[in-house]
Design a protein around this ligand. Sequence first.
Ligand code: C2E
Ligand code: MG
Ligand code: MG
Ligand code: MG
Length: 291
Amino acid sequence: QAKSRGRGMLRFFSMEMMGRSKARLTLEAALRQSVERDELRLYYQPQVDLISGEIVGVEALVRWQHAERGLIPPNEFIPLAEESGYVVTLGDWVLRTACRQIKQWAGLGLPLRQVAVNVSAVQLSRGKLVESVKDALQETGIAPGMLELEITESSVMLDRERSLETLASLKALGVQLSIDDFGTGYSSLAYLQQLEVDKLKIDIAFVRDMTTNSNNAAIVKAVIALGHSLGLEIIGEGVETADQARHLRTLRCDIMQGYMVSRPIPGAEMTQFMRTFKPVVIPAGDQRAAG
Ligand code: C2E
Ligand code: MG
Ligand code: MG
Ligand code: MG
């Protein structure tokens, strides 16, 4: 009896696994056609200078407009695209599309310093990232400094030697570089100062409960001080409240990004947003909380 029950369980698990992998394969097959079927969309989220309140940059964030499932967020398909290697093709599309958008915005005379694009660890290690970036810059003729590449701290740590080389080649093209999700990837100070990056983005997790968790507040404070000592600009991600914005500004953080200013929106909406934008004013709050 125990034996048949065991067999039953085995069957149950393998059926479930097969079902899941089948759904996965179906999604992956559809994903592989997303570029040719024109199903990818870039959304943009503003980045605001904490002193002037002006928009200084925007981050491009990809979504997949799936025929049946609607708009799928990147966390649900980027890992799949990374596994299959399709993220290289997808990443090329993102780069090209972002550069075209930069060209359009520059043509409209919008005062925008940078558009940031996320780069996957797989693009960094496997793809011909430097070539792709060069191609996208050449095709659109934009000023290279208007393009910023965001590379996660954990992905540069995967292959330190190679990351150093790749980042140096990218920097030589004139693009801006930032380290995304900083604070989650255990990079050392010695390594960090060798990287030719311009900005650090403090991970959302630290900003989120910075105002209530003193450990996270201490981490944010230390990252800002460390970054500044290395000559880097610091962006706080995931800023949702005036309290968080004020706290970051008190700690001399340079730039904020988050729902407080805007959620990510399509390019045409972002054009409108920038045209009608008034500098963000962070209301003065409880001074005791700011220290
Ligand atoms: P990320 O690069 O760290 O982007 C920040 C994420 O936080 C975005 O999620 C953004 O919508 C979200 N966010 C911004 N402000 C707030 C806020 O105030 N509160 C909260 N709760 N969330 C906020 P999204 O767009 O879903 O992207 C998730 C991740 O997917 C990105 O994290 C990035 O790692 C990846 N990703 C997005 N676009 C691309 C892409 O084109 N290529 C690659 N390789 N990865 C991408
Ligand atoms: Mg990012
Ligand atoms: Mg991030
Ligand atoms: Mg992330």
